[in-house]
Ligand binder design. Structure first.
Ligand code: SIN
Length: 314
């Protein structure tokens, strides 16, 4: 049987596909559905210390090739998600999942990570440095000095497996700069990319923006971001030390998209926009489609082609 198994930080996942934080993972029912699905793991909605309502509606709008959103981190607060992952860990001690945190300040992130460090949770934490949708709070991932400061402070005390979710970068020098910073730390993974932030969608009929928050500015996800996501996965794969595994997120609609992310260097992929449209049956369809491609090409596991993208110089 063709295997979709993957390993990150010494933990093995039966399936290299999972949800992306933000979509259908905000409450217990959503997370239970993911546990019952064929996804290899789940990630919880990015938590802030306290419950947050997020931005006013309309805050998400479907586009012909994806979506624009400015949700503003609506979530049930860290305690809710930490209780959920600990309860799940007690029931399924062999399963590793991802707890996402996205403080809107360094102090909030450190306080949440202290709470997680002191808890019995031993799974992965995804530190979201890339939410573009909190008014007045720039994306940390675009401020390289700030990323350095955050990771310095985090790794003064945090010893459990941790990764960061990054925004997309658009210049090869920025790939060099962020990779040089990330390589200094014992990160388990990086997740690339979050939505392409601060885009604007205009409705020519009404002559108005498509979403209410931030005057219409929001993050783009879905099919149209795939080339940017692949560039970021590839750009980081070529620069990060091999211990830091890459989770590829962005523009995955079908098995070919998963295959391309893995070719670029992803050890796992996350699906956001399309998971929102299809729900958990998506993971069965993607697994079937990826297996078909692998069978046609004679691959029996994903390590046989992970990161092996060819260029015209090869
Ligand atoms: C949001 O809640 O605004 C989306 C979270 C993110 O993009 O990180």
């Amino acid at each position: 049987m063709t295997s979709l198994t993957t390993t990150i930080g010494g933990r093995t996942f039966d399936n290299c596909m999972m949800n992306a934080a933000g979509v259908r993972c905000q409450n217990k029912q959503d997370l239970d559905a993911l546990v019952a699905s064929s996804a290899g793991a789940y990630v919880t909605k990015s938590a802030t210390p306290q419950k947050r309502a997020g931005n006013p509606s309309p805050r998400m709008h479907t586009l012909p090739k994806g979506s624009i959103n400015s949700m503003g981190l609506p979530n049930n607060g860290l305690d809710y998600y930490l209780d959920y992952v600990i309860d799940d860990q007690r029931k399924r001690p062999d399963a590793t999942n991802f707890l996402s945190v996205a403080g809107t300040s360094l102090e909030d992130n450190l306080a949440m990570l202290h709470q997680i460090q002191e808890s019995e949770y031993t799974g992965f934490v995804e530190l979201n440095l890339s939410c573009p949708n909190v008014p007045g709070k720039p994306q940390v991932g675009y401020d390289f000095d700030r990323v350095n400061t955050v990771l310095d402070k985090v790794f003064e005390f945090y010893t459990k497996p941790l990764g960061v979710k990054l925004p997309p970068y658009f210049d090869l020098v920025h790939f060099d700069q962020i990779a040089a910073i990330l390589n200094q730390y014992p990160l388990t993974f990086v997740n690339s990319i979050n939505s392409i932030g601060n885009a604007l969608v205009v409705d020519p009929q009404t002559e108005r923006v498509a979403i209410r928050p931030k005057g219409g500015f929001g993050g783009i996800g879905g099919a149209s971001v795939k080339p940017t996501a692949l560039a970021n996965v590839r750009g980081l794969a070529l620069r990060l030390k091999p211990e830091i595994k890459i989770i590829g997120t962005g523009g995955i609609l079908n098995g070919v998209d998963v295959f391309e992310h893995i070719l670029c260097g992803a050890s796992m992929v996350q699906i956001g926009t399309q998971f929102g449209y299809e729900g958990t049956p998506l993971f069965d369809r993607l697994a079937k489609e990826l297996r078909e491609i692998m069978n046609q090409k004679g691959y029996t596991n994903i390590n046989e082609f992970r990161g092996k993208l060819k260029t015209f110089d090869d």
